[in-house]
Design a binder for this molecule. Structure first.
Ligand code: GDD
Ligand code: MN
Length: 402
């Protein structure tokens, strides 16, 4: 899962060039994973429909994540027959939302769309969606929860989970999910200019929430549709999608909040700092747990126990900061000597942090008469920012330009 923001270019080429090579009006992305038994019918049906209504003014972009059933190969075999078709095979990445964004990045259309590759989203609904866009909507969504909408055959559990997810989203992100009757929909069209040059970093399945959360979406149109039963293959939805969904909601919540706007103003990497803080918390748990083990259970002297426990906590924090908080930087410097150098520096910074903490504690408690526990908390907060900033600037920094 990458936490790098992706951007859709505004107009891929100049207006004159667009005129010359006829930039299509609609680019429809079809994300696929193991849809070998659906993709042929999918492309046939869509081409027939769009050849009739938007002759050579549309393109279909299949984005396949290296499906074991070789969906990409089957789709590539259709390009001769369907000149509007483009196939992208991703081999290093996996994920529905990022696949859609990858397709939109390669697309040339003025209107960008997404439809599932398993015929559960009825292609004929596209006309109604296009009509909504022509009426001035920035975003047109196919919804199961407006008039004419529904689900043909979903288990009670899946219906419950889907609605439950919607309610959770309304609690965490009311300003985004509250604008849609079916925020879970994977079938919609959006004007390129509403999302162009906006950093998009979705997680998992819910690309629509990302578009509404980060895009410049003024007017939304909704069209009812019935989610069809799958004819071939199976859904890829697992518990991971629910975990990703929660992560996605929290990430959007953070990035849209006042704190984040302030952090952006002062260019403070809030997301990374929160991860650093989370790792720090795990270190405190390890520190306390090991202190109890060494001193109370094994009867080791208090100072020695405290030093052992602190060092293990530092090792834990280093490991998770290297693998998670600063993963994108550490990934570029994996040689054992580089890792060891970072560990040494991390230890040094933590040690200096400890000294700073004792100093601050004394100034607050003895100098300013602040309550001991409040003084300790303030000292911990200040030292956490100090540790983070020093490590960000002096330890996990890109030394070689890639
Ligand atoms: N490239 C790529 N990579 N495509 C993927 C991946 C992936 O990791 N995972 C799934 N897909 C493709 C599938 O091949 C299919 O074409 C489409 O994304 C939807 O996946 P399904 O697994 O069939 O999802 P679903 O039918 O259970 O749920 C769909 O409908 C719901 C209701 O609208 C999804 O669109 C959900 O997002 C949506 O909530
Ligand atoms: Mn499906």
């Amino acid at each position: 899962m990458s936490n790098i923001a992706l951007e859709i270019p505004s107009i891929p080429i100049s207006v004159e060039e667009a005129e010359k090579i006829r930039q299509p009006y609609l680019s429809l992305v079809i994300p696929t994973y193991n849809e070998g038994r659906n993709i042929v019918r999918m492309i046939e049906t869509l081409s027939q429909l769009l050849d009739a209504s938007l002759p050579s003014d549309y393109e279909l972009v299949v984005v396949d994540d290296d499906s074991p059933d070789r969906t990409w190969e089957i789709a590539e075999g259709l390009i001769d027959r369907y000149p509007q078709l483009q196939v992208i095979r991703r081999q290093q990445e996996r994920g529905l939302s990022t696949a859609v964004i990858r397709g939109w990045q390669a697309a040339r259309g003025e209107v960008l769309g997404v439809i599932d590759g398993d015929l559960q989203h009825p292609p004929e609904i596209l006309f109604k969606l296009l009509h909504e866009i022509k009426q001035g909507a920035d975003l047109a969504v196919a919804s199961r929860h407006v008039e004419g909408g529904g689900v043909s055959s979903w288990s009670v559990i899946r219906r419950f989970l889907s609605r439950g997810a919607q309610v959770l989203g309304l609690v965490i992100l009311p300003r985004v999910l509250g604008r849609l009757t079916d925020p879970m929909s994977g079938y919609f069209l959006v004007k390129r200019k509403a999302i162009a040059s906006r950093p998009l970093s979705p997680v998992g399945y819910k690309i629509l929430i990302e578009v509404v959360g980060r895009g410049d979406i003024q007017q939304i149109g909704e069209v009812g549709y019935v989610f069809q039963e799958r004819q071939a293959g199976e859904s890829k939805v697992t518990w991971r999608q629910y975990r990703d969904y929660l992560h996605h909601l929290l990430r959007l919540r953070l990035s849209s909040g006042r704190i984040n706007r302030l952090a952006q103003k002062i260019n403070f990497p809030l997301g990374r700092f929160l991860r650093f803080g989370f790792v720090g918390l795990s270190g405190v748990v390890i520190d306390m747990g090991l202190l109890y083990l060494f001193h109370t259970v094994w009867g080791v002297a208090l100072t020695r126990s405290a030093i052992f426990a602190a060092e293990f906590a530092i090792l834990n924090n280093f490991f998770w900061n290297d693998r998670w908080t600063f993963a994108d930087v550490a990934r570029q410097q994996r040689s054992p000597s580089k890792v060891f150098k970072r560990l040494l520096k991390f230890n040094l910074v933590c040690l200096m942090g400890l000294i700073l903490k004792v100093l601050l504690l004394n100034i607050l408690f003895n100098g300013l008469g602040v309550n001991a526990y409040l003084a300790n908390l303030v000292a911990i907060a200040i030292v956490t920012v100090w540790n983070f900033w020093i490590n960000l600037k002096l330890n996990w920094r890109v030394t070689e330009t890639q």
